[in-house]
Ligand binder design. Structure first.
Ligand code: ATP
Length: 302
């Protein structure tokens, strides 16, 4: 059985507080993307406990992998065994602010739950389990444009009238989310626009309004530490993109704009900068229904 897991960008990310347990309280707007998609397959295996293979050298294939953790947690919660082999085809850049590991973990939970029969967990119980794996994981259980508060786990889907075009640019230097949050306060952060302005623009399908109200409190320290990102951002702005920000803790930059403009900007980035830049054109996914549901690969001959 297999499932695709999407990437996300944060159209808005405001840090609203710091909790005693080390987590930050945030207000963020998650937008899932049509691509890139990781691809997760699960098959029964004879070993005692999970095994995992991944085609990306930087992704751990043991208990450090969030899919592995998701499997053990789901098995413990349902009382089912964990004798599964996980095959992970990684297409979402790693440690990139695009939520790849969290998305893979959510996909693993959904796949397992679809096979759990009478022991399947309710949506609320699955969501609770997801939040134990990471603050972003519950969002990926039903990835649709959402306002998230708390540590990012209190989710409220929001209307989004247009599948807005997006350009992603990743320079290939991984950034840890813990570092980016730790660096908050080292450089001044401007006041965010009211999040409601972004939500209104999304509901109206107003691309210019969306672009004008994007915000990321984390990006200022990240841009300060990695000047290359500022140079790439300036190139994208010069190429006519309407808004350019870092997604989450970075380093991936996302640009919003007209499709043709983003195509031209993508071409320019590839020609002027080239390798090792990863440049990807995609769109915001308006509804999770567009993503393939967990399905049995044996049934379709794969
Ligand atoms: P976050 O903001 O949560 O750090 P991210 O999108 O920036 O997310 P991920 O791609 O999820 O970053 O990877 C963060 C780290 O998590 C990686 O360095 C990797 O060692 C580890 N990891 C664990 N499981 C996975 C997975 N399934 N895919 C990618 N990385 C994983």
């Amino acid at each position: 059985m297999q499932q695709n897991s999407p990437a996300k960008i944060n159209l808005f990310l405001e840090v609203t507080g710091h909790r005693a347990d080390g987590y930050h309280e945030i207000r963020t707007v998650f937008a899932p993307l049509h691509s890139p998609l990781d691809h997760i397959s699960l098959a029964r295996c004879t070993s005692d406990g999970p095994t995992l293979a991944c085609d990306h050298v930087e992704v751990p294939v043991d208990e450090r992998n969030l899919c592995w953790n998701a499997l053990l947690l789901h098995a413990r919660e349902t009382g089912l065994d964990s004798n599964w082999h996980i095959d992970l085809a990684k297409r979402i850049p790693v440690a990139a602010g695009l939520g790849g590991g969290s998305s893979d973990a959510a996909a693993t939970l959904k796949l397992l739950n679809s096979q759990a029969g009478a022991r399947a967990l309710s949506p609320a119980a699955l969501s609770r389990l997801a939040s134990q794996l990471g603050a972003d994981v519950p969002f990926f259980l039903e990835p649709t444009v959402s306002l998230a508060e708390g540590i990012g786990d209190k989710l409220q889907p929001v209307p989004c009238a247009a599948s807005l075009p997006v350009l992603l640019v990743n320079p290939g230097c991984p950034i840890s989310a813990a570092w980016a949050y730790g660096a908050l306060g080292r450089v001044p952060v401007p006041d965010p626009p009211p999040v409601q302005a972004l939500l209104d623009a999304l509901a109206a399908g107003d691309a210019a309004g969306v672009a004008a109200n994007t915000f990321n409190a984390l990006e200022h320290a990240v841009l300060h530490k990695f000047p290359l990102l500022g140079m790439l951002r300036d190139e994208l702005v010069t190429a006519g993109c309407m808004a350019v920000h870092i997604s989450g803790s970075g380093p991936t930059l996302f640009a919003l704009g007209e499709s043709d403009c983003l195509d031209d900007a993508a071409q320019q980035m590839e020609q002027r900068v080239g390798a090792p830049l990863w440049v990807h054109r995609t769109r915001i996914m308006r509804t999770a229904g567009l993503l393939s549901q967990p399905h049995d690969s044996a049934a379709d001959g794969n």
